[in-house]
Ligand binder design. Structure first.
Ligand code: HEC
Length: 163
């Protein structure tokens, strides 16, 4: 076997080193590049956590604070609710799913309000109101009773046109 001269040996090693370097760079580039195409390549498959409402009061129901700065003429301006005992509970509980306009624009007797609550519990996943139910019903029955203000009187003695 022919002896390699020192020069040739160095050259050969240099070539090997360059090949190796190019290989590493190429590999690294592909490696980096694939993350730009598949950023989630090594991330585990997301586990789909199904949200099963269990009809218990969510912990995070506190979107509304009864702040005295928001009260004008006995009305909590942001929600339109009449400020009275139980107002905060109604605000927090009944405002959790829908606008409180649904409360302020309705009038019902205590039984009527109870029916609305039961209806929401049976069909709309409203949770068991527990001790708050009495407080809420008291508030609604008192402030949003059928004969209360906020609703025009029935029209009487109208003279209808003959068409
Ligand atoms: C878990 C969610 C949820 C909560 C909490 C909730 N409701 Fe409802 N409520 C609904 C849904 C859903 C509807 C139907 C909305 C619609 O028709 O757009 C509804 C409708 C209503 C209506 C209209 C009923 C009708 O006949 O159209 C009233 C009044 C009402 N809610 C009052 C309340 C009161 C009072 C509370 C607090 C005790 C409350 N809601 C809390 C879900 C809820």
């Amino acid at each position: 076997m022919e002896e390699l001269s020192k020069k040739e040996l160095v050259l050969k090693q240099a070539k090997l080193a360059i090949n190796f370097g190019v290989g590493v760079i190429a590999f690294a580039s592909i490696w980096v590049f694939q993350f730009t195409i598949f950023p989630d390549f090594f991330k585990p498959e997301p586990t789909i956590v199904e949200f099963i409402p269990d009809s218990t009061e969510p912990e995070s129901v506190s979107y509304f604070e009864l702040d005295s700065a928001d009260i004008e003429n006995g009305i909590h301006v942001p929600t339109g609710l009449i400020v009275d005992d139980g107002c905060q509970d109604v605000m927090v509980t009944c405002g959790a799913c829908h606008s409180l306009d649904l409360v302020t624009q309705n009038r019902a007797t205590r039984d009527g309000w109870k029916e609305i609550i039961v209806w929401m519990q049976e069909t709309q996943k409203l949770w068991d109101l527990g001790e708050k139910e009495v407080v809420i019903l008291d508030y609604l029955a008192k402030n949003y009773a059928p004969e209360n203000t906020g609703r025009r009187k029935n029209i009487e003695n109208i003279e209808w046109y003959n068409l």
